[in-house]
Design a protein around this ligand. Structure first.
Ligand SMILES: [Zn+2]
Ligand SMILES: [Zn+2]
Length: 158
């Protein structure tokens, strides 16, 4: 399945609130109350009152893009799904599971993972002679798109 033709390249900055029942981050309705939980289609006790909106950080925005259906043609969706869904047998992860918040921190994390795997920060090149690879570039691109969304949101608020 692909997105309908007028769908933007990425999902907007997410409006999320903490569920008082299960501590999950759940999307907010326009009235500030929590939507149904995506996994069980339920609402926890206490979740019908308006919740404090959470900051739409890079990690939360990237997670919001993991639900899109255009991973074969959209690098950001692909990055989101490989970051949060992993392989089919591993449980889906959430922003709270991640040790990073920003795109710069995710980029650092990629190189730290590489050090743990190979002893070197280099992810590319024959014999690992180059520091960055396509995934680094995808993270950097996603960081730029996110920064543009933040700037646009700040412009609307001003
Ligand atoms: Zn809940
Ligand atoms: Zn890199």
């Amino acid at each position: 399945m692909t997105q309908p033709p007028n769908t933007p390249e990425t999902n907007p900055l997410p409006r999320l609130g903490n569920c008082p029942g299960c501590a999950q981050e759940i999307r907010l309705r326009t009235d500030g109350t929590l939507r149904q939980h995506p996994r069980y289609n339920v609402r926890c006790p206490g979740s019908r009152r308006p919740a404090e909106p959470l900051e739409p950080t890079f990690v939360r925005w990237l997670h919001a893009n993991a639900a899109r259906r255009d991973a074969y043609t959209n690098r950001i969706t692909h990055l989101a799904q490989s970051t949060f869904h992993g392989c089919t047998r591993s449980p889906k992860r959430t922003p709270a599971d991640m040790p990073w918040t920003t795109a710069v921190q995710l980029h650092d994390e990629l190189h730290q993972q590489q050090v743990r795997l190979t002893g070197s920060e280099n992810r590319s090149g024959y014999g690992g002679t180059e520091r960055c690879d396509w995934m680094c570039r995808d993270v950097t691109h996603a960081g730029h798109v996110y920064a543009e969304l933040l700037a646009a949101a700040a412009g609307r608020a001003a």
